[in-house]
Design a protein. Sequence first.
Length: 568
Amino acid sequence: MNWQQIKTIFWLRWRLICNQSRRDRGVGMVVSILIGVAACTVATASFAGGFLGGFFGLAKASPVAIWLTWFVITIVFLFFWLLGLVTELQRSETIDLQKLMHLPVALGQMFVINFLVSHFSLSIVIIVPAMFSLALGLVLSRGIEMALLVPLAAATIFMVSAWTYCFRGWLAQLMTNPRRRRSIIVYFTFLLILIGQGPNLFFHLHPHQKGRDNGDKLLNEVFAAQPYVPPLWLPCGARALAAGNPAPALLGTLGCFAIGAIGLRRAYRSTVRFYHGEIGGRAAVKIKVSANKASAGTRPNPKAGFLELRLPFVPEQAAALALATFRSLLRAPEVKMALAAAFVVPLIVGATFLYRGSISMPDEAKPFAATATAAFSAFMLIQFLANQFGFDRDGFRSLMLSSADRRFILLGKNLACLPIAVVPGVLLLALICVPLRLSPLTVLATFVQLITVSLMVSMVGNLFSIIAPQHMAPGTLRPTKPKIQFVLLMIVLQVLFTAAMAPIFLPAVSEWLWRRGGLPGFVPVNLIFSSALCGVMLLIYWQLLGPMGRLLQKRETKILQSVTAEVE
């Protein structure tokens, strides 16, 4: 280890920090000072709380209570660690190794410095002081053997941070593609949401009975799974130490350090390959040449492509635009975000009562619940469907310059968005069929209602997309520099959504009145009225396409200016 090189690197880093602080005078410096003071305060409070809990709270506690304390701390640490990973997916090196590769310096030393500095995160500030102070309090209250918790906790943190650093390096290679980067951010955001709602979904979806026997059974299952989950070796070792057995703590410390060393070595090798321009151990240039050779010898596929498909009963211009728009939407991260929100949010909300044991819902109310599911799924997508041209950005210029009939442009857009509007509703309908025990006729009627809701939202979405288009930031559902008119229109649209969707409940009301009147029960009133309402909405939609197309032609220049606006 060359201490002179390390000293020079630290001096260089310190000078960069000083220069940056001089540029951030005023509000920026005040904010930095406040953040630093807050971090120190939180770390001090965490340390004091952990020490008092170990010295007084757990002095005479049972091994199970000590295990539960360390188990909760470990889970909270992993959650905050994952939160920090989501907010900083692409690795940002403290010291750019690429600028040092031509110098006679040891890159391994610089890599270790980057590794240590990159993990000053919220989880480190809050949880780590509590871990070490809790171990210190247990040493003073229960005996010197509890000191083995200190290296075990350090080994656990090292293992998690090493493999996280390796994982971030792998993500850095994947995220060199901007579109792939936005997709990864979307996936990890919803992964964090699912993990945060995991306990809620588990306790509502998992069939269980209240009582001490069930709690003991669940506890035994967790105890049995601990040896196979390395991050849980910390609470397992704490429980064994409280029972007078130091072997699990020692083995856990050695195992965590060994796993962390493997992860850190792998992270270093992948980092060096990444800065050398290599992927998977092979040079990027060779991969490019081999890809060119492979593409040169590949024969064209004689089968028709996706964009050459024909949609039955749809004009050719509208079908071509629908297929092209649908292919573009499938590649857009914001569409994946809208789809996931339309499915995950109702699932989390509905799981609190749909799967909580048996549901005592009258048969007359079940069609209304199914219809409400269809309306709610459409409500989650209203923001997306009310600004269809905003996601085209520069691509809208091609639509404006095309010779296609403007009503066919709207029809193609709506057909492309139809699966996005229907698929979440179909999935939610499939989920509620079992707990509500819906009849096949009710399920079929609800599916027809989904089509009706999609037609109604498409008509409203066409109008709002024409009169209030907004440029959307790539990879998000957030408009760039939104106008106040657009914000007010979206608020009014969402507030009036319930009233606008009122006709969709008419079939369920008709069936309820039919049953109350004592009329024959074998008549599928809900399905008949749902089909009639869908036909009426389809006729209204087709009649409105012409006026909407003429309005689009009058405002296409203003729409182009809005959706292609540059962000200052």
